[in-house]
Write a protein that binds this ligand. Structure first.
Ligand code: 13P
Ligand code: SF4
Length: 350
């Protein structure tokens, strides 16, 4: 990366000292991740944000829903900064509060709302987390989805899972013994979600029709192709991948799990990894003794994660040095209180 920008970032961090804490998600660029005080998956970063009450500024190198969650979990005095406001998430955008309320109204009309526990993936807006908190549900991430669903099925007989259909289905079917027939797909763009009342009455998992535009591109043929091309290869994927891809893989887990699995692997072993490209590249560079490859060479970066680049980070840090607060992410107090109860419920999972 540009040596002048590197020097400016270092100088700004030095000038701010303990007043600033920089969090970096594993999908961030190398040029940004080098300035993170902590790197992690979305669960670890949420915990880290909550554990830094002394930092006046949390600079979140990640995407918007993560910065919102950090704002919810930090004190009122702390300010959360997202270096580029355009760093959103297409999956989070697939669930809008009014659509989710329409679905809930339908469950009420059918007399099943009392049996349904809402569970939302971290990758959702604060509005959706607030809705889930108001209706006594829980947030989950890719590293604790099974524990969150275990808890939810102790509270009620059905789960309404937002917004990632794949994480919901993969966890219920591959980790908890539910069948594909226990799952129905609620499409917010169709009347009644495109479902008949009987389907909703019989379902265990009501999955929202959302997905990740990056992970959704990995397919079963590429898994088969890499197994043929590289005998003995280990296929390691993120649970946001499609059900048939996760079913065909050898290992599945969050970004933090992916890193730990590769670190623990023996020298000489081969790994085809189905997740975002910045992370796979970094793993390949860090482990030259292992054969690490991208599961599908045509799948590219998460374009919104990549929005946070070194120029944006330098700009944000220098603004803070100058006494201004750029790109602060705030969640309104009412939404924040309900979202917080759903996040606290997650943090309290056994
Ligand atoms: P995790 O970091 O929880 O594995 O999530 C991946 C992701 O898609 C974040 O946007
Ligand atoms: Fe959203 Fe997928 Fe990008 Fe994660 S990788 S931020 S889920 S679009």
């Amino acid at each position: 990366s540009d040596p002048d920008l590197v020097a400016r970032a270092m100088a700004a961090k030095l000038a701010l000292g303990d007043r600033v804490f920089v969090l970096g998600h594993h999908y961030q660029r190398d040029e940004v991740i080098q300035f993170a005080d902590v790197t992690g998956d979305s669960f670890k970063l949420a915990r880290e944000a909550a554990a830094r009450p002394d930092a006046e500024f949390i600079v979140f190198c990640g995407v918007h829903f993560m910065a919102e969650s950090a704002d919810i979990l930090t004190t009122d005095a702390q300010k959360v900064i997202l270096p580029d406001l355009a760093a959103g998430c297409s999956m989070a955008d697939m669930a809008v509060l009014s659509q989710v309320e329409t679905a809930w109204d339908l469950f009420e009309d059918l007399g099943i709302a009392g049996d349904v526990v809402p569970v939302t993936y971290m990758n959702s807006s604060a509005d959706i987390k607030g809705f889930v908190g108001r209706n006594k549900g829980v947030v989950c991430t890719s590293s604790n989805a099974k524990r969150a669903l275990d808890w939810a099925f102790e509270q009620g007989s059905k789960v309404f899972f937002l917004p990632d259909q794949h994480l919901g289905r993969n966890t219920a079917v591959l980790e908890m013994g539910y069948s594909l027939d226990d799952c129905v797909l609620y499409d917010p763009h169709k009347p009644h979600g495109g479902l008949a009342p009987e389907q909703l009455r019989n379902a265990k998992m009501i999955l929202w029709r959302g997905h990740c535009s990056v992970h959704g591109r990995f397919t079963l043929p590429v898994v088969e192709e890499v197994r043929e091309r590289v005998p003995g290869v280990n296929v390691l994927v993120h649970p946001e991948c499609r059900h048939e891809v996760v079913t065909a893989a050898d290992y599945v887990g969050s970004t933090e799990y992916i890193i730990k699995t590769v670190e623990a692997a023996p020298a000489g072993s081969a790994w085809a990894i189905g997740t975002e490209l910045n992370l796979v590249r970094r793993l390949a560079n860090a482990h030259p003794d292992k054969q690490i490859m991208f599961l599908d060479r045509t799948v590219c970066y998460c374009s919104t994660m990549n929005r946070i680049d070194l120029p944006h980070l330098v700009w944000a840090l220098e603004e803070l040095v100058a006494g201004r607060t750029p790109n602060q992410i705030t969640v309104d107090p009412d939404t924040s209180a309900y979202a917080r109860s759903a996040l606290d419920q997650m943090l309290a999972l056994p």
